[in-house]
Design a protein around this ligand. Structure first.
Ligand SMILES: Cc1ncc(COP(=O)(O)O)c(C=O)c1O
Length: 388
């Protein structure tokens, strides 16, 4: 291996997570796997075929470049849907490849009609409704106008779905706002029913909504973070535990398994005398003879600089604290209390080693990043290796 660290993806963990999530939604609701942000750091190229092996046939990406990566990685005829960015010039490519995309302004809808005429095939679109997130989404006048345009261009546009996105379903702070969004969305669908337009699937739910607002599941769910084995928030997990203990059941197991383990190896070990500073500057001074190991990962690899003198990794199933500043490509850790650490020793940065675990959660508590951010920051070029 040429790289200084690598990420293992556990097939059995993903299988369990998807089985759990599919059991929650039941057989009639379609499962769309959200793989934006390089599959939340797991690697689109490796993740797509792995998810297909676990029965997934629908993927949601953010942008056209991610759609291209998914398209070239898929091994089945799985569908790909772009939820965000696709330039007008790329719409003919999307149509040719049967990639559906969200419409949240009518300029894109008009461009899709023109592209469809050029390609000689219908554009598959999802109408994204504004319900309260105030990000993308058709406001009601735009929505009415879109439906009018579509009715006059049924040879060029196929509506695959009508959708929206919630403003933070993982937090109880937003409860009323989410409930209002659901209501507004349902009103939009009722209006659409009156128009007699076939609009395919209704889909609104991310992981947190899927797990905590059953009425949001509708015809398809778009699950990101949970399929990778992370609860969207502690509240979402608590909701699940409360739901499953309310009938007197005493014990609930966490049904989600971490798919990812991020590993590296020790490249150097040395003995440092008392009173010496470790690495750049003077932020860490040894108090006794200490054994210091160097690990070839740094902030370039997503190991945040604010983990300096704070973060830790696992070596031989024990925590080894970062000493000194996190460098661009390296960290130094104190292994004085871990016996027989030598060059080449396995290091776990995120994941489990023997009985110890470093969750992205604890990693993010330390860095003040959310799970999402830590995962999405993992660089593209770290090799992803599939394990059982
Ligand atoms: C439109 C849309 N749908 C679904 C998701 C999936 O969210 P989660 O990872 O919380 O499941 C996202 C991610 O933010 C999103 O932007």
């Amino acid at each position: 291996m040429l790289h200084s660290s690598y990420i293992e993806l556990s097939k059995s963990a993903l299988h369990k997570n998807i089985k759990f999530l599919k059991k929650i939604i039941g057989p009639r609701i379609l499962y769309s796997s959200v793989i934006k942000g390089n599959a939340y750091g797991h690697g689109i190229k490796e993740f797509v075929p792995l998810a297909e092996d676990c029965g997934v046939r629908h993927f949601s990406v953010f942008s056209a470049d991610e759609a291209l990566l998914a398209l070239t990685s898929r091994q089945r005829k799985s569908h790909i849907c772009i939820m965000g960015s696709v330039r007008d010039e790329a719409l003919d490519w999307a149509i040719e490849n049967d990639i559906s995309f969200y419409v949240f302004d009518n300029g894109r809808l008009e461009a899709a009609i023109e592209a469809s005429k050029m390609v000689g095939k219908k554009a598959r679109v999802h109408l994204e409704l504004e319900t309260g997130l105030n990000r993308t989404g058709l406001q009601s006048e735009q929505f009415h106008e879109a439906v009018d345009i579509i009715k006059h261009n049924l040879d060029h546009i196929q509506v695959d779905g009508v959708c929206t996105h919630y403003a933070g379903a993982e937090s109880v702070n937003n409860y009323l706002r989410i409930k209002n969004q659901i209501q507004r969305f349902n009103e939009g669908c009722e209006w659409l029913n009156d128009q007699g337009l076939d609009y395919g699937m209704r889909h609104t739910a991310c992981s947190a909504a899927t797990l905590t607002y059953p009425e949001s599941r509708m015809d398809m769910v778009r699950v990101g973070i949970a399929q990778y084995g992370f609860w969207p928030s502690r509240e979402t997990m608590m909701h699940y535990v409360l739901e499953h203990t309310k009938n007197g059941k005493k014990k609930v197991h966490d049904p989600l398994r971490r798919v990812m383990t991020w590993k590296s190896r020790v490249i150097n070990v040395k003995r440092v005398e008392p009173g010496e500073f470790i690495g750049y500057g003077t932020s860490y001074q040894t108090t006794h003879v200490q054994k210091i190991a160097s690990i070839p990962i740094g902030y370039h690899h997503g190991f945040a600089r604010n983990l300096s003198n704070l973060g830790y990794v696992l070596i031989k199933g024990k925590r080894a604290l970062v000493v000194g500043m996190v460098n661009m490509h390296m960290i130094m850790v104190d292994v004085s209390r871990i016996k027989n650490v030598e060059r080449g020793e396995e290091v776990v940065i995120i994941g489990t080693q023997k009985k110890a675990t470093i969750t992205v959660g604890s990693f993010s508590d330390l860095t003040r990043f959310q799970n999402y951010e830590v995962l999405a920051r993992l660089p593209f070029n770290i090799p992803r290796i599939i394990v059982d």
